[in-house]
Ligand binder design. Structure first.
Ligand code: C2E
Ligand code: MG
Ligand code: MG
Ligand code: MG
Length: 282
């Protein structure tokens, strides 16, 4: 079939690949510079208790503040960082910055929050991840009990060999463990029960079409029910509408994140959200 496509077509594809490859190399070196010049930022998206409606934590999400392009979303650079190994540097920086910020919020008297940090499959594959986290916690003085690490299904499944060992080591420090984007990978709930996890995050793609798609509603409520049977808390990602929120409340989902509450915001804006919430109580 490749032959049938003819020469012109082949030339087109190879030029295309070269261009893509060149763009990737350019992006990689820009990203290296961005890390050196400290152009990365951490944004915080509230995690909300579904019954009280109160913010109980936040997910730390990295951004690239480029002087020309402005704010570059992670989807543009995380995949390349993952392939080149730069994710190790970025991931450590996000962890450190989040713990530093968390400690500062504690010292400022803000109520104790759980801060969740994403751990990429590449990071998780490294057996020194447990030591790294211990070092960052002791350097920053952020309590382990307030740190949550989010691992994707693929991160877990790619590394079945010593995943349990790593998870146990992290949990031994008192850190909480979440499985991110649940439902998009290849793992089953039956498989997850062997891992020491605390929280299951239902991927946004299952929330988007609630209340219009019966299948997704059944999938979401099944994940909630089975997650609870296995002893996990369940959080829904990407909640945007009151209908979605009501459905999840009815099904007993524990927490949510989504634009209906807030998109990811810089640290100062997150503090503003917390203060407003506090004001409502006082
Ligand atoms: P994720 O960990 O599943 O993060 C949730 C993503 O969903 C975030 O996108 C968030 O802004 C978005 N989101 C949350 N609520 C809503 C909503 O109601 N509507 C819509 N349309 N979107 C919503 P973001 O910040 O662009 O991050 C995308 C992905 O990039 C993350 O997915 C995560 O896989 C990766 N990522 C971000 N920061 C880091 C990091 O520090 N380390 C690693 N390894 N990955 C990161
Ligand atoms: Mg996440
Ligand atoms: Mg997610
Ligand atoms: Mg996601």
């Amino acid at each position: 079939q490749a032959k049938d496509a003819g020469r012109g077509c082949f030339a087109y594809f190879s030029e295309d690949l070269t261009l893509a490859a060149r763009e990737r190399i350019a992006l990689e070196s820009r990203l290296r510079r961005a890390i050196e010049q400290q152009d990365l930022r951490v944004f915080y998206q509230p995690q909300v208790d579904i019954i009280s409606g109160r913010i109980i934590g936040a997910e730390a999400l990295v951004r690239w503040q480029d002087s020309v392009e402005g704010l570059i979303p992670p989807i543009r650079f995380i995949p390349i960082a993952e392939e080149t190994g730069l994710i190790l540097v970025i991931g450590e920086w996000v962890l450190r910055e989040t713990c530093r910020q968390g400690r500062q919020w504690l010292d400022a008297g803000l109520l104790p929050l759980t801060l969740a940090v994403n751990v990429s499959p590449h990071q998780f594959r490294r057996s020194d991840i447990c030591d790294l986290v211990a070092t960052v916690l002791s350097d920053t003085g952020f309590p382990a009990s307030q740190l949550e690490l989010e691992i994707t299904e693929s991160g877990l499944m790619d590394n079945q060999g010593n995943a349990t060992e790593i998870l146990n080591c992290l949990r031994g420090q008192g850190i909480r463990l979440a499985i991110d984007d649940f439902g998009t990978g290849y793992s089953s709930l039956a498989c997850l029960k062997h891992f020491p996890l605390d929280l299951l995050k239902i991927d946004k793609s299952f929330i988007d079409d609630i209340p219009h798609l019966q299948d997704d509603m059944e999938i979401a409520s099944t994940i909630i029910a089975m997650g609870h049977i296995l002893g996990f808390k369940v959080l829904a990602e990407g909640v945007e509408t009151p209908e979605q929120l009501m459905f999840l409340q009815e099904k007993g989902c524990d927490m949510y994140q989504g634009y209906i509450k807030s998109c990811p915001v810089p640290a100062e804006e997150f503090v503003e959200l917390l203060r407003n919430q506090q004001r409502l109580v006082d």
